[in-house]
Design a protein around this ligand. Structure first.
Ligand code: SF4
Length: 352
């Protein structure tokens, strides 16, 4: 267990009703991949994300039409909404007026001091936090020249430059991210900045990739930092359905005992002793229990010899035998079943 006292102390801010930093639970974020102007599709995706446990959702705001869709989207969702804006201060103003709960914009990239001031004033009046999102892939030339390329030092210097702009305007509702596609680079950047500031940090490995590879990359980058007590909110970036990002985020938090959502499924890797189609049983159990958000440990094990013992800490489980299986509760067998009945019996037992 990563104890709260070992987490890096940070300031608390609020994204809508969701606290971030200051010892609050580490929140799970995601970003829609719909066209924000398509209100129906965006609302549908946000509501799917919410059902999967996503607590803060970000949408890209590319133009005024997208900005004016924000208030309509907000009216139909139950989670705080963050507008992701690049360069155009007018879009930031429009998003704030639409009632968004957070902004992701880099103040150094939106032009004159007067423009930044207008955005900051509006955000402050509404107590809307701003995330400074430094990305290794889009560092300013100035920092790259000074620090010899895309380095952790250059990323930290860039973040500090944007932070200073906001602080000079007495704005401190700040979160920061330092994303990179390379895990060692993002680790170094976050560690350095964590030593220098006490604003909450939003963790992520950018452009992590697809499926398993992307999830593993994110788990390594985000997981290492979380294990060191760094990080207040996380976003796993995966190519494809963002609901997978939320599942991966909870798997990371669950693996570190930081937070858990849904049942915990333990399944054995199988070996020569396994005489049932364990992969199929595990997949059915996982799908059947997807909507259950209770702290229950469920085991699906390949054999009765070692299975129940190996999964002793599970609340309920099944262990396979030659064409049959045993349903067990806390390591003790309670019923013998045909292989075909195993998944449904286990699901029924959990629901019971
Ligand atoms: Fe092998 Fe049985 Fe262990 Fe699964 S539970 S890995 S089948 S010994």
């Amino acid at each position: 267990m990563i104890e709260n006292k070992k987490r890096r102390p940070t300031r608390r801010l609020w994204v809508g009703k969701v606290p971030v930093g200051g010892g609050a639970p580490i929140t799970v974020q995601s970003m829609t991949n719909t066209d924000t102007r398509d209100i129906e599709a965006t609302v549908a995706q946000i509501n799917r994300l919410t059902k999967a446990g996503c607590e803060i959702v970000r949408v890209a705001v590319m133009d005024q039409e997208a900005a004016s869709a924000l208030s309509k989207i907000k009216a139909r969702i139950a989670v705080p909404l963050i507008a992701d804006i690049h360069f155009d201060y007018r879009l930031a103003l429009a998003a704030l007026k639409a009632g968004i709960d957070g902004l992701r914009i880099n103040p150094g990239n939106i032009g004159s001091r007067e423009r930044v001031q207008r955005v900051v004033k509006e955000a402050l009046a509404r107590q809307v936090p701003i995330r400074i999102g430094v990305n290794a892939g889009s560092l300013a030339r100035e920092e790259m020249v000074k620090y010899g390329g895309v380095t952790a030092e250059a990323m930290v210097a860039s973040a500090k430059k944007h932070i200073r702009i906001l602080e000079d305007m007495n704005f401190t509702l700040i979160k920061v991210s330092l994303k990179a596609a390379e895990v060692p680079l993002m680790l170094a950047a976050y560690r350095q900045l964590a030593d220098e500031i006490d604003y909450p940090l939003h963790l992520g490995v950018t452009e992590a990739g697809c499926g398993l590879e992307g999830a593993v990359k994110s788990a390594v980058g985000i997981g290492i930092l979380l294990a060191e007590g760094i990080g207040d909110t996380i976003r796993v970036s995966l190519t494809g359905d963002p609901v997978q990002e939320v599942r991966a985020a909870y798997a990371i938090l669950g693996a570190l005992n930081l937070r858990r959502r849904g049942i915990e499924l333990i399944s054995c890797p199988t070996c020569g002793r396994c005489q049932i189609d364990l992969e199929m049983v595990a997949a059915r159990v996982q799908a059947g229990l997807e909507d259950i958000d209770k702290p229950i440990k469920v085991a699906v094990m390949g054999c009765v010899v070692n299975g129940p013992g190996e999964a002793r800490q599970a609340d309920v489980g099944v262990a396979g035998g030659p064409g049959f299986g045993v349903l067990f509760r806390r390591g003790k067998p309670i019923k013998k079943l045909k292989e075909a009945e195993l998944a449904s019996a286990l699901i029924a037992e959990v629901k019971r």
